[in-house]
Design a protein around this ligand. Sequence first.
Ligand code: PLP
Length: 366
Amino acid sequence: MPVVRQYNFMNHAGVAPLSGRAAAAMQRYIEEATHHAYARGGLYPEAKRVRQLAGRLLNCHSEEVTFVKNTSEGISLVANGLQFSRGDNIVTCGVEFPANIYPWMNLHSRGVHLKMAPEDNGRVPLQRLVELIDDRTRLVTVSSVQFGSGYRTDLAALGTVCQERGVLFCVDAIQSLGCIPIDVRAMKIDFLSADGHKWLLGPEGAGIFYCRHELLGLLRPSSVGWLSVQDANDFGRYHLDFRDDARCFDGGSYNLAGIWALGGSLEWLVELGVLEIWQRVKALTDRLVEGVRAKGYRVVSSRSGDEASGIVAFVSDTRDHARIVSHLRQEYRTVVASRLGRIRVSPHFYNTEEEIDQLIEHLPGH
Ligand SMILES: Cc1ncc(COP(=O)(O)O)c(C=O)c1O
């Protein structure tokens, strides 16, 4: 992680730095595209390999995965591709990042209502979501980890409820992928979307979209292009026979520079093992929580059992959070964020205990 030479970087829940592996892969793309274009192997075989890596990360078949330019685009594919009837509703949390709100609000004109479970002291208990499900609920959509609190949803439990109630299950996974294991099969996830620019240590604009194979017929491609169909290279024969894998959502040419870079990071993270990464992040964030509490801050993030994540949010009753964040950046080259009226710190596995201790030391006391 070249960023460590410049910063104590602990804002992976914001926009993360590129890993050295991502940067090297993008460099390789530049070399190939500059000097060879399509004159030899071509640039797309790498995209196939990256899809396979994504399949390993999610525990699904690579044909259930394709690329999107960001989380919002993947969620919009779901919102705009399903058939709804007037009076249907969608259930979500009241503290979602807007990427998982606006695509659903946009269905209002089609008579689809969005129901939101409120946060309670940094948590959105599962029961609150489940209580909102009724016989007109078509889909539940949640972030795997909430951006403002770090609250981790019990995806396996929610997926089971959705399956039992005959409701579709969509996940915004950007705050987990690359940090906390996600298994779409075990968690009964139907659709998942995540850009690569947070815990995956990839660039902005190259994300992953998963659609469970059995649902490919149900989710109509809402944005169609030449790559959406079978035999896409048979340019002179027009036919709208959609591909029978997730690439039916592709439309046209790829953001290959971004996808190559994403692949560099994905390969690294899969090699390291996301479970091992999570164990390390958990240890670092436990240390952080202990330190900020000792300094007199109130930790909002739930740290109990399976509710913890890589995000630690905390507040001070007396101090100005925005000022603390900019002070840390200017004086100590320490990068953290302020969100929803809380200080938000999100270290990744490569951060060190010393960096955590320095941050704690540099936070103003009470
Ligand atoms: C939970 C969540 N979803 C999505 C995003 C970003 O959305 P997109 O990838 O569409 O830019 C963020 C970024 O902060 C986020 O925290």
